[in-house]
Design a protein around this ligand. Structure first.
Ligand SMILES: NC(=O)c1ccc[n+]([C@@H]2O[C@H](COP(=O)([O-])OP(=O)(O)OC[C@H]3O[C@@H](n4cnc5c(N)ncnc54)[C@H](OP(=O)(O)O)[C@@H]3O)[C@@H](O)[C@H]2O)c1
Length: 252
């Protein structure tokens, strides 16, 4: 029987790459992001049987959207094996004294409340199938990147939420993954909008890494995420791993 995976933030970047890799492995997909046209275009471009892919567009920090994501996956595919909590935003960039409270809280709504709300709704179905939740975290969860206080805080919270999932639900596997710098729009945003809003040397690190060609490809990161989602050992549940961790690359 084909496995079923929910991927949030699937309209571009790492999420779209996860959908592409999973689809090639015959996984049924429930794709979410706010941009409906981009999701439909991705679904078409994958060239698989349309009955294997379904799209629910909407903001993942909205409870009704999370209700619809899970209900649609169950209705269409009869169960859920993997949830990839990938949707995320970096904004606001700027030290705490320069950003608005609304923008700061909005970051936590998308990066933390989104994964919490979706996981909460999916958990009973994941337990039935001993499924897996992959929380897409960041090195920023454990490193203070100046100018990114909301983002860093949100990813640290996501890591602890991941540990909580592992502690409360031993039937499932919950893994938080740090992709490392990856060539997506989020990195373009850092390079283009970080100047003047992040300390100069902090911003320069991202410019230099890009210039030296050090960014990972979304495809390479996606292969690891899909491998973890489909075959992470239960003993790893609760862990925060990097994509080049040997225990992770051995699953490829
Ligand atoms: N790129 C990196 O270097 C890097 C490094 C570490 C961690 N990460 C993490 O990797 C994940 C994916 O990032 P990326 O680099 O692929 O970023 P990206 O290219 O900016 O893509 C972000 C995705 O999230 C979706 N999204 C944003 N807000 C949403 C919301 N409220 N509801 C539903 N979907 C939403 C976007 O689609 P719509 O705009 O259509 O909603 C898009 O599909 C994020 O969690 C990010 O924090 C990235």
């Amino acid at each position: 029987m084909s496995k079923t995976m929910i991927v949030t933030g699937a309209s571009r970047g790492i999420g779209a790459a996860v959908a592409t890799v999973a689809s090639a492995k015959g996984v049924n997909l429930m794709l979410n992001a706010r941009s409906e046209d981009a999701l439909n275009e991705l679904a078409r471009s994958l060239g698989v049987d349309p009955t294997r892919i379904v799209v629910v567009a909407g903001d993942v920090s909205n409870e009704q959207v999370c209700d619809r994501i899970v209900a649609t996956a169950i209705e269409r595919f009869g169960g859920i094996d993997v949830v990839v909590n990938n949707a995320g935003i970096l904004d606001p960039i700027g030290t705490l004294d320069t950003v608005t409270a609304d923008d700061w809280v909005r970051n936590l709504m998308v990066n933390v409340a989104g994964p919490v709300l979706l996981s909460q709704r999916a958990i009973q179905f994941l337990r039935e199938r001993h499924g897996c939740i992959i929380n897409i975290s960041s090195g920023a969860a454990v490193k203070a990147v100046r100018g990114w206080s909301a983002y860093c805080t949100s990813k640290a919270a996501l890591n602890h939420f991941n540990r909580m999932l592992a502690a409360e639900f031993p039937e499932i596997t919950a893994i938080a993954v740090s992709p490392g710098m990856t060539a997506t729009d989020m990195q373009v945003m850092v390079r283009e909008q970080g100047e003047g809003r992040m300390p100069r040397e902090e911003h320069q690190r991202f410019i230099d890494a890009h210039r030296r060609g050090e960014l990972r490809s979304p495809d390479a990161v996606a292969r690891v995420i899909v491998a973890l989602g489909l075959s992470a050992p239960r003993e790893m549940s609760g862990e925060f791993v990097t994509v080049d961790d040997p225990r992770v690359t051995s699953l490829l």
